[in-house]
Design a binder for this molecule. Structure first.
Ligand code: ADP
Length: 611
């Protein structure tokens, strides 16, 4: 047996084998696409069986056999066009034209002898359809992803190999000297085409799995970090993309079960579309029966959904329930405008993906619950902090106030004509003011929390304002100075900016028990105004710096008895700055001093939100 014969026999065997397998498949699942695939492989199988029978002498070669073979070749090209139509769209006029042309040419094939013009027409028909199929499959492969892309590439390669066989046959006519060479090449191309079509249209399960593996692996690799994505919408988007690429389908959607409304909602599809679990379509069936479900042709099987099917290009649908143990979370739906995208064994993969989605959504729910518990604890802690700080800070001046007032009352009762105790009255006023200050701070902290600190803005010269506030705080042992080269004017809430400067300067003075200067610098750069407030006081330990703007936070180096305060001033300062669209930073050297720097936009941002 020569090598050429061997190749020919192998390709015959391959075609026959594939033919048997796809025919069985079509019998098991008689759908348009399985029948088309079977017919596409049966045609060459019949041609081959005629070939074998001729070799064996069962059938006599002759004009009738030639005519039948010609019809079979033409039908094969036609069947290929039908497959293109199954996997993508062939214009209706082309499909109809090709059917009529096939009938005419098939009738013409029995004319003896065949006129040359008819042969030319047949060749044009064959090559035309093959080239069209090659291009259509190649285009479809570019549009699709994953396993579908590979299947379409194989189909395109198979069609281009058939075109090649025709080119080789032409070369055989032009250069008959190299006949056996052309024949050998042609047999090889035939074998390869058979292999390609097999991979494209009847890809075995193990190969589909191998093709799906890279996408699936990539998806599972990403899965671990999915629960930590910003919000559940981002998680659902990733899960849908993972299912889409793993199955090579154009669309995937996750529907979430709303136990109260007793409906399934699709947050990323049409969030208003509510699927009732009692509906007959696969998504509802999968959820109801807690089992994957498949429909090859929604508009055909459920005509009442024709509209939805057209709107969402949803014809073939795979769905699997997303459930964590007994808890029903929702449903994963993968759909395509054409049925052949899916195979039966994809249902198992779907369930795997849905289970993965369940794990991820449950982990996210647990994380959310943990965050909620933490937030609740944090709120309780803050309330407690607030109460103890407020109680503590209100208690001291109140005790002094009441004690002093009672003493003055007793003295006045005993001796009504005695002169007023001026020092005592001054103490009452001072402590009363301190109390008011604490209450105001607490109120401002609450406003800062709610983003309601900043009110109407007017043009303010920060330099003039800084000088004014500074002058009020210069005391004997400590001077406050302002350095600036030109006015810096922007639109700000003057009351709040004054409060900001006062807080920072007061802190500079308070935390500089051994004196030193508080220095302010005001300048502008590009679109921003800058203010820095520096002192040479006790400074802030490095480990406290990141928390210093937090509510009720006081650094480790301050002692309540030496430095009174609640740890709210800087929290309010940050609120004022940020609600103006700016930022505040601090740098400090413990024992050497601190420097607070504020950046404020010169042109107001978010003006309306506080106006
Ligand atoms: P309070 O001064 O009432 O404690 P603040 O919010 O104004 O509250 O300040 C928070 C903490 O930041 C202070 O307790 C102190 O530890 C530290 N701090 C603020 N300003 C200075 C400064 N100029 N020098 C040193 N430490 C400071």
């Amino acid at each position: 047996m020569s090598a050429e014969q061997l190749i020919q026999y192998i390709s015959w065997a391959l075609f026959l084998l594939v033919c048997v397998s796809v025919t069985l498949q079509a019998v098991r699942m008689p759908r348009r696409v399985t029948i088309d695939i079977a017919l596409f492989f049966i045609t060459p199988a019949v041609i081959i069986s005629f070939g074998i029978e001729t070799v064996l002498g069962v059938v006599q070669p002759g004009p009738l056999l030639n005519s039948i073979n010609t019809v079979l070749f033409l039908s094969m090209a036609y069947m290929l066009l039908r497959l293109v139509d199954d996997f993508s769209d062939v214009p209706a006029w082309l499909m109809r034209g090709a059917t009529i042309a096939l009938m005419l040419l098939a009738a013409g094939a029995f004319v003896q002898p065949l006129p040359a013009w008819l042969i030319v027409l047949m060749v044009i028909y064959l090559i035309g359809l093959l080239m069209y199929s090659t291009i259509a499959f190649a285009r479809e492969s570019r549009r699709s992803s994953g396993v579908t892309r590979r299947r379409m590439q194989a189909a395109a390669a198979g069609s281009s190999l058939l075109v090649l066989i025709f080119v080789l046959a032409t070369l055989q006519l032009i250069l008959p000297g190299l006949n056996s060479f052309w024949q050998g090449l042609s047999d090889l191309a035939g074998l390869a085409a058979a292999g390609c079509y097999f991979l494209g249209f009847a890809s075995p399960r193990w190969l589909r799995r191998a093709w799906q593996e890279p996408e699936l692996r990539a998806f599972l690799g990403r899965a671990a970090r999915l629960p930590r994505l910003i919000d559940s919408t981002a998680i659902i988007a990733e899960l849908e993309a993972g299912a889409r690429t793993s199955l090579g389908a154009p669309n995937a959607r996750i529907g979430l079960w709303d136990a109260e409304a007793r409906k399934i909602y699709f947050p990323l599809g049409d969030p208003t579309y509510a699927l009732d679990p009692n509906e007959p379509i696969p998504a509802a069936r999968a959820f109801r029966n807690q089992q994957p479900a498949f429909s090859a042709n929604i508009p055909l099987e459920h005509p009442e959904y024709a509209e939805v099917s057209r709107k969402w290009h949803l014809k073939a649908v795979l769905a699997a329930p997303i459930s964590a143990a007994e808890k029903r979370l929702g449903v994963l739906v993968v759909y395509a405008p054409r049925a052949p995208i899916f195979a039966d064994d994809d249902l198992a993969l779907m369930q795997l993906l849905a289970d993965q989605a369940a794990v991820i959504l449950e982990s996210r729910a647990l994380l959310d619950e943990a965050t909620r518990v933490h937030a609740r604890e944090e709120a309780t802690r803050l309330r407690e902090d607030f109460l103890s700080a407020a109680a503590h800070d209100l208690k001291t001046p109140l005790t002094t106030l009441i004690g002093k007032a009672q003493l003055m009352e007793r003295l006045a009762q005993r001796n009504p004509s005695a002169p007023a105790d001026l020092a005592g009255l001054q103490l009452l006023v001072r402590e009363g003011q301190r109390l008011r200050q604490i209450v105001l701070e607490l109120l401002d902290a609450a406003r800062a929390e709610q983003g309601r600190l900043v009110g109407a803005r007017t043009p303010v010269d920060l330099v003039a304002l800084a000088e004014e506030v500074c002058a009020r705080h210069s005391v004997e042992h400590l001077s406050c100075t302002v350095e600036s080269s030109a006015p810096v004017i922007g639109k700000y809430d003057q009351f709040r900016i004054t409060q900001l400067l006062e807080n920072l300067i007061e802190n500079g003075v308070k935390y500089s028990p051994h004196g030193g200067d508080v220095r302010l610098k005001v300048w502008s750069e590009a679109e921003s105004a800058y203010i820095s407030v520096s002192d040479q006081g006790i400074g802030i330990p490095a480990q406290d710096l990141p928390h210093i703007f937090e509510r009720f936070y006081r650094a480790a180096n301050v002692d309540d008895r030496q430095f009174a305060g609640m740890g709210l001033g800087l929290f309010i300062c940050r609120g004022i700055v940020e609600q103006h669209g700016g930022r505040i930073d601090v740098s400090s050297q413990p024992g050497a001093g601190s420097r607070f720097q504020i950046e404020l936009p010169l042109t107001p941002v978010m003006e309306d939100s506080y106006a």
